[in-house]
Design a protein. Structure first.
Length: 500
């Protein structure tokens, strides 16, 4: 295994440009890529970096310059950046250095995923169907994100519209996993996850409509927290969904970074319908009853490597004094079919209303095969869509009650080990793509429908060294409980690092 030392030569490392012009370079299956070293960023998480800035040990400018150098080092191998704003980040850092540094993450470099409106940058949602027109101003979410003090360096890659679980776009454009560049970085927040896992950034924006934070976190060894519905504002195109499923958050290397971000965000955006996260204790106030779910009724069987990590995690939770009980997943019969039908409805809306939802110059002829296939499926089954929506709405209403005396469920994030690049290629035939993704992503969509919190923690590795995440979920609004349990677990069993 070798560290990346390649000089930056792709368009993604040129200020304010996109890199959707050429496929990522091929790499051997065994390559490990990271940028950790003794520079201004060092080996610290975002919380430690912010503390060093406030203490005068390091300046925002030094952190931003180190992050730019690291991005230029690893991105030719990873293909994670689709737009850079390095000069803007430098100016932001200079202004931050002259301010009172009162924001929790003041001076810490980060990035946005290609799924929110950012001033001066295109929001293409991973698709050439959306033109590369720069936004005239930040959207509501981007403004609140910046208010935490984070300094975005650019925009990270995602697959078209976030429908799938690998960050691969038409024409062979791939975002690779820094633990093994022959493997996927997951999706749809795979660009953010790749850069954070590789050490180019300490924390980055991500969002989740069916597992898109938790899946890339699981396969790249990160903390990936999907908040409760109502905790964050949505982009305009998400607000009209019949059932809201998208949550905004971050991927990070520590639980405390995620907790700090969520509480910092609340300073400029009060949650709706759920209590504030507030102060997160290092351990839960009581021992919990934890339901252990090994198999999903919504997809393929869980493989041996994933089961081994899940069971070891359960054993460690029991050693911490929690009661772990084997149980069935709180998933109603027919949920898989209902969610896939809803998936298709959203794709149909995207393809037929893209000019209204995204841009007047939206071009349906540039849609990828998976989006086109989902939309066609929805048209064929249009008569049954009201029933699917009715059942999903019932699932959402009844989700909390299904917990019974269980406080938290744990289960796999995905059903099997991290697949190779190309397994979910954007140019695959629709039927092949749908079968593969729906058999791998079998656990995470439920929490999107329910609007409940969930987190992937990097609690183990497969025999080949790839990270394996375990999924923790709770009732809607119990984000703090999950973060406290995650904090306790991390303190007892620190997460493995890519440089080790």
């Amino acid at each position: 295994m070798t560290d990346a030392t390649t000089d930056a030569t792709t368009d993604a490392t040129t200020d304010d440009t996109t890199d959707d012009t050429a496929p990522a370079r091929p790499h051997p299956d065994t390559a490990r890529v990271h940028a950790f070293r003794d520079d201004a960023l060092g080996y610290d998480d975002a919380t430690a970096l912010a503390e060093r800035v406030r203490g005068g040990e390091v300046s925002p400018t030094e952190l931003v310059e180190a992050a730019i150098e690291r991005c230029q080092q690893v991105d030719p191998a990873l293909g994670a950046l689709v737009f850079t704003a390095f000069d803007r980040a430098r100016e932001h850092a200079r202004r931050t250095a002259d301010s009172r540094l009162s924001s929790p993450f003041a001076g810490v470099p980060s990035a946005f995923k290609d799924a929110v409106q950012v001033e001066g940058a295109p929001m293409r949602l991973g698709s050439p169907a959306v033109p590369d027109s720069p936004a005239l101003h930040d959207g509501e979410y981007a403004r609140a994100f910046r208010a935490t003090g984070l300094i975005p360096l650019g925009i990270t890659a995602m697959p078209p519209f976030g429908w799938t679980a690998a960050t691969e776009r038409q024409g062979g454009l791939v975002t690779r996993n820094p633990w093994n560049t022959g493997r996927t970085s997951g999706g749809s927040s795979g660009g953010s996850a790749a850069l954070v896992a590789a050490g180019a950034l300490p924390i980055a924006h991500a969002n989740d409509g069916g597992g898109s934070i938790r899946i890339p976190a699981a396969v790249t060894g990160l903390v990936g927290f999907k908040p409760s519905r109502g905790r964050h504002t949505d982009e305009k195109f998400s607000r009209g969904m019949p059932i809201p499923i998208v949550s905004q958050s971050v991927v990070s290397r520590s639980v405390r970074d995620t907790a700090t971000f969520l509480t910092a965000f609340e300073a400029s955006h009060l949650p709706v319908g759920v209590p504030p996260v507030g102060p997160v204790a290092p351990v839960p106030a009581r021992r919990l009853r934890i339901g252990l779910v090994e198999q999903s009724p919504a997809g393929g069987a869980t493989d041996a490597a994933t089961l081994a990590v899940l069971r070891e995690t359960a054993s460690r939770l029991a050693e911490l004094g929690h009661e772990v009980v084997p149980t069935e997943a709180p998933v109603p019969t027919g949920f898989r079919d209902d969610f896939i039908a809803y998936w298709g409805l959203l794709a149909l809306s995207t393809s037929s209303s893209g000019r209204r939802l995204f841009d007047p110059d939206f071009d349906p002829a540039e849609l990828d095969p998976f989006t086109v296939g989902l939309a066609r499926m929805a048209r064929r089954n249009i008569a049954s869509l009201p029933l699917h929506l009715l059942r999903l709405a019932r699932t959402r209403r009844q989700f909390d009650a299904r917990f019974g005396d269980i406080d938290v469920y744990i289960n796999p994030v995905v059903a099997h080990e991290t697949p190779e690049v190309g397994y979910l290629d954007a140019d695959l035939p629709f039927e092949t793509h749908l079968e593969r993704v729906s058999n791998w992503v079998t656990f995470t969509p439920l929490q999107n429908i329910a609007g409940s919190p969930a987190v992937s923690l990097p609690t183990g590795h497969a025999p080949d060294g790839m990270p394996v995440g375990v999924h923790f979920s709770a009732r809607r609004g119990q984000d703090r409980l999950l973060l406290e349990l995650a904090s306790e677990y991390e303190a007892a069993h620190p997460f493995a690092r890519i440089w080790e």
